[in-house]
Design a protein around this ligand. Structure first.
Ligand SMILES: *Cc1c(COP(=O)(O)O)cnc(C)c1O
Length: 487
């Protein structure tokens, strides 16, 4: 695979850089506060980037959820929204867009992705069932387990390697899928789930060939196939970039092909089309009827599903825009640039570059910080202090404790720097890279963290921590020595 495989535009002289294929028509002012104020903000936030206030943040790279930029067409579509409890024209426009983009006839609207997971899990999982999948997502796993299911992650062994040249780390291992069916019996497999641009392993895609293979096994045993399409656009883009057979296929056709393998396609619109909301799509009337009553019960009437009509209009337009390669290439090409720049100087990042964000391997970055002192959380705090950029810890802080109160150490300690679609410019990306490089050169100054307030449930959201030594002071002193009065 070529290093710079994600750039839509090539340069003849000099470096291949991503180019913003849009212009800025409305802006939001950002604050890059002096380092002492940033240090105070992270201390007040308990060294937890979730507890920062955006007034103190320069580049907010926490997540791509609900933070992608909307297009002019999306915003203008909101003005024609048809307010109605039942039968809104806005819903029919969204339904039409989904039929066109995903090729599924029946559309059930929901208020966001996890609501789709609730409904699918309630409708199709019975106690004791297993659900094989490429990798879990946090909300997916919870809903499946609440309904008595057990998730089985059957990725290939290389999927969790930090440095890899495998183009499709999101693939399901077919041998493992066959073994699951043999061991549990097809009737105890609720369905097989594939997640596009596998979120928690670094936004890594799967291939069409893998979908074909999974589909063949599923069909042989009469098992339903469910596709989590929250990050489907980027996965389709990587298929075009990395799977020879599809190099000349339009994104629109790749999307339709991907969805054609699945009996049910569901998505979070917070990711796929830059608005709130979500949906469940299928061509089977029988499957639709098993879910429909739950939509009315949990979400709202069939033509709004907990969304506002304005969001529904913007979602319809955003879905169609997802088929546009110049739109969908934006986030992957900036991520590709950041990952390549950091990888070139030996900074440990997940390769190949994926969707969603640039993922730094905190254990490789801070080998002197033991995992019990939360290296990914420490790195997130240190990066915020030296740059004002907010990333998200995806490591042991995001994990839980066992029954004896000991931390269950995460498989990987990642600092995720999300690149929401069309939000940041190249110069902002270069600023981030510069500060990460400086931090790497001064990495021995970064120490660990410990909990001072630890909630029992989902501790990473509201938990407060403190440094294990006065390392932030030393880091700030070195920053001032090197950067002078610069922000
Ligand atoms: C975000 C996400 C979800 C959940 O969607 P919400 O809209 O946040 O509820 C489900 N699956 C994947 C792959 C996601 O990235």
């Amino acid at each position: 695979m070529k290093q710079n495989d994600s750039n839509a535009i090539k340069f003849m002289y000099g470096e291949n850089i991503p180019v913003e294929l849009h212009k800025v028509r409305m802006v939001q002012k950002l604050n890059l506060k002096p380092i002492d104020e940033r240090a105070q903000a992270i201390e007040e936030g308990g060294y937890n980037t979730f507890l920062l206030n955006t007034k103190d943040i320069f580049l907010d790279m926490l997540t791509d959820s609900g933070t992608n930029a909307m297009s002019d067409n999306q915003i203008s579509s909101m003005l024609r929204a048809d307010d109605a409890y039942a039968g809104s024209q806005s819903f029919y426009r969204m339904e039409e867009a989904l039929r066109e983009v995903f090729g599924k006839h029946y559309v059930l609207p929901v208020h966001q992705g996890r609501a789709a997971e609730n409904i699918i899990s309630q409708a199709f999982i019975k106690k004791g069932d297993v659900i094989p999948m490429n990798y879990h997502f946090t909300t997916t796993k919870e809903h499946m387990e609440i309904n008595g299911g057990k998730i089985l992650e059957i990725y290939a062994d290389h999927a969790l390697e930090i440095k890899s040249s495998h183009p499709f780390k999101g693939n399901i291992d077919i041998d493992k899928l066959n073994k699951v069916i043999e061991e549990y019996g097809a009737k105890n497999v609720a369905f097989v789930r594939m997640e596009a641009s596998t979120n928690l392993i670094g936004g890594q895609p799967f291939s069409i060939q893998n979908m074909r293979d999974v589909k063949a096994v599923a069909d042989k045993h009469g098992i339903m196939f469910v596709l989590d399409a929250s990050l489907i656009g980027e996965n389709a883009y990587f298929i075009k970039q990395r799977e020879e057979e599809f190099k000349d296929t339009p994104i629109k056709d790749i999307l339709l092909l991907m969805c054609s393998f699945a009996d049910i396609v569901y998505f979070s619109s917070r990711k796929v089309s830059s608005t709130r909301g979500g949906g469940i799509c299928t061509n089977s009337k029988e499957l639709m009827l098993k879910m429909r009553d739950l939509v009315v019960l949990y979400e709202g009437f069939m033509t709004y599903g907990g969304m506002s009509v304005r969001e529904i209009e913007a979602m319809a337009v955003g879905l169609i825009e997802t088929t546009d390669e110049t739109v969908i290439s934006q986030s992957p090409s900036f991520i590709n640039y950041a990952v390549t720049q950091l990888d070139n100087v030996g900074i440990p990042v997940i390769t190949p570059p994926g969707a969603l964000g640039c993922h730094i391997d905190a254990m490789g970055f801070l080998p002197h910080v033991p995992q019990s002192e939360y290296p990914a959380g420490a790195l997130a705090s240190a990066l915020y202090i030296v740059s004002g950029c907010r990333g998200m810890e995806r490591g042991t802080i995001s994990s839980v404790r066992d029954e004896n109160g000991n931390d269950i150490l995460a498989d990987v300690e990642l600092l995720r720097l999300a690149f929401p679609r069309r939000v940041f410019t190249l110069s902002q990306t270069m600023f981030l890279i510069d500060r990460v490089k400086w931090l790497y050169d001064n990495r021995e100054l970064i120490g660990g963290l410990k909990f001072i307030e630890e909630p029992k449930v989902l501790r990473f959201f509201m938990g407060r921590l403190a440094p294990t030594s006065n390392w932030p002071e030393k880091l700030i002193a070195k920053f001032k020595a090197d950067f002078g009065d610069s922000l």
